[in-house]
Design a protein around this ligand. Structure first.
Ligand code: SF4
Length: 594
């Protein structure tokens, strides 16, 4: 029996969670009465080459575009008139991964297309974000060759205008390109096409952003679970690790102050959020349906209103579901404590730097001290923090990094960044939109795009990642970059080997004791004198030294022990405490001054 619509998730979408956009579109189309099946080509490839190997490619550095490289030999029809440049060389480790996986691609495409053909869909919708474009083209081309009457649609972030228009020039086997939020427009489009198969519909479909998140249906993950079942033991039984949900779109911070490097949200930063009660009902519905109480929230930034509606409601539950959430880093202790009570077990706060001047260059709206205090309070509360340290911001100076490298040994008890990596200019970011305003000249797609698209393709319009022709004092100072990279590497190593460094005040028979297991520790354990404890409590918020009613000798001692940081002219305690011991700072009242 034929179906109306087959939605395809190409490699290298991650397999640890279902793909959210496709699950939302499947639900929206089913609500319109369409017969829909989602085919997870990503799961099929992971099952073929092994979960670990697949994950290595799915999470590989974007600068290599390894995922796209693997589908290059299958993405185009043989045509001697279409010329390609030679792709850039891969580093040896990626080359061996590439060579190990490459033989699996053609049989994978055979399997995927056999499965799609067996469903006999009238429309095939393929999603593309990150490294999925050439896989999408390879699947589309084969389906078109085998079933020319099938309408093929490409959507997802890589089809957003002007990328979709430029891909339309080189992928004639794809009929339509959807740009923007397709929740309503795509089901309408499919219903129209099914009612009138010969309809002359636009090749590029521009979708206006949703104005009310309640118009977006809850995602339908049934086909993800069906495909997992079909693949049996070939994938870990632990999948999925979490269910993705989307409770808001856009960014309330970016709508007024777009971070200079941020290319998220395409054409619109407009912030839209579900009311807390709607969000709660969606989480409850998904947990009840799939018996999974772990959610990866896909929002760019947590709505502030959730601090007063959704999170208190979750916190009031005996066993709330656990959440991963992206947040703004200027959260205060009582807000983080609420998050911990609401079972938010991990956050991604966009820390990016521990230098206030660099954060200002990014328009991040937070200071280095707020970032460090957040890391400290999350360690106290047991909330995991995912973050990266970025460099290469136009205007940065060596003195924005050298003091941070010196601080890092004192910070080893706080969660380290995943990486110390250079800025890549992303499409839709201010650095890409107005490079001249930042002194960036010669914006061009990163080298890895070379050879992936025909020579005549409009690569400037297709690419998402760019390099600019500019430098900074840090880029020119290899010694300081090396010192930062080495310090962060050692920090990460302490955590990787399970050393779990601590700098924590614990209660020992009613008396506070400092436990210090950092490599920089001057004493592993010491009773905390009351005047030290008082100073540390005062310095849970940053203060200038002359702004404190504390004996300067105490401050000098606490600095010498690396319990207090002196950074950028302010003092800050970095000592963690058992959660209940932390001084409650002033209650959250209004939106934080981001
Ligand atoms: S980096 Fe985060 S906070 Fe900044 S504009 Fe982008 S989504 Fe918003």
């Amino acid at each position: 029996m034929s179906i109306d619509l087959c939605l395809v998730v190409p490699p290298f979408a991650q397999v640890e969670t279902p793909t959210l956009g496709v699950a939302i579109l499947a639900a929206a189309c089913r609500a319109r009465g369409l017969r829909v099946t989602v085919v997870h080509a990503n799961l099929m490839l992971a099952a073929r080459v092994g979960h670990g190997c697949y994950g290595e490619i799915a999470t590989s550095n974007v600068a290599s575009l390894l995922g796209e490289r693997l589908f290059l030999p299958h993405a185009y029809r043989a045509d001697p008139a279409v010329a390609f440049d030679a792709p850039t060389a891969l580093p040896p480790r990626l080359r061996s991964t590439h060579d190990a996986v490459a033989p699996a691609i053609a049989p994978l495409l055979d399997d995927v297309c056999t499965r799609i053909r067996s469903l006999a869909p009238r429309i095939v919708g393929i999603t593309s974000s990150f490294q999925q474009t050439l896989a999408a083209s390879a699947i589309a081309q084969r389906i078109k060759d085998e079933a020319p009457d099938t309408r093929i649609v490409l959507g997802g972030p890589n089809a957003a205008s002007p990328m979709g228009e430029a891909l339309a020039d080189i992928f004639p086997w794809i009929d339509h390109f959807f740009s923007g939020e397709a929740d309503i427009a795509f089901p309408d489009f499919c219903a129209h096409l099914l009612a009138d198969p010969g309809a002359d519909l636009p090749r590029i479909v521009h979708c206006p952003p949703l104005t009310d998140m309640r118009c977006s249906p809850a995602p339908d993950f049934s086909d993800y679970f069906a495909d997992l079942d079909r693949l049996g033991d070939a994938l870990p039984a632990s999948l999925p690790e979490a269910l993705p949900v989307e409770l808001s779109r856009g960014c309330w911070w970016g709508a007024k102050n777009h971070c200079t490097f941020c290319g998220l949200n395409g054409a619109t930063m407009m912030f839209r959020e579900m009311p807390g009660a709607t969000a709660l009902a969606e989480l409850d519905g998904l947990e009840a349906k799939w018996s999974i109480g772990r959610f990866a929230v896909a929002d760019n930034i947590m709505p502030l209103r959730y601090l007063t509606d959704l999170l208190p409601a979750l916190a009031a539950r005996g066993e709330p579901p656990t959440l991963f959430y992206e947040v703004k880093a200027n959260l205060k202790y009582d807000q983080l404590a609420l998050m911990a009570r609401a079972a938010i077990e991990k956050i991604q706060p966009g820390i990016e730097s521990l230098s206030s001047p660099v954060l200002k260059l990014m328009r991040k709206g937070v200071s280095a001290h707020q970032n460090i205090a957040l890391l400290r309070d999350c360690r106290s509360l047991g909330i995991g923090v995912v973050w990266n340290y970025l460099y290469g911001f136009p205007g940065e100076q060596v003195e924005h990094y050298a003091p941070v490298a010196a601080l890092i040994p004192a910070l080893e008890h706080l969660e380290p960044p995943n990486d110390f990596s250079p800025l890549i200019v992303d499409r839709f970011s201010p650095y890409h939109n107005t490079p001249e305003a930042f002194g960036i000249a010669g914006i061009a797609p990163i080298a890895a795009y070379r050879g992936l698209f025909p020579r005549h393709a409009r690569l400037d319009a297709i690419a998402y990642h760019f390099r600019g022709n500019y430098t900074t004092a840090l880029i020119d100072d290899a010694d300081t970059r090396l010192a930062m990279g080495r310090a962060i590497g050692l920090w990460r190593l302490q955590w990787a080997i399970g050393a779990s460094p601590q700098l924590r005040i614990v209660d020992a028979d009613g008396a506070p004791v400092v436990i210090d297991t950092r490599r920089i520790a001057t004493q592993a354990q010491i009773s905390l004198p009351p005047e030290w404890n008082r100073a540390l409590r005062l310095l849970e918020r940053p203060h200038a030294a002359d702004d404190l009613d504390v004996d300067p000798a105490v401050i000098a001692e606490l600095i010498a022990r690396h319990y207090i940081l002196a950074h950028e002219g302010l003092l800050l305690s970095i000592v963690t405490r058992q959660a209940q011991d932390i001084t409650e700072p002033p209650a959250y009242a209004n939106a934080p001054a981001a």
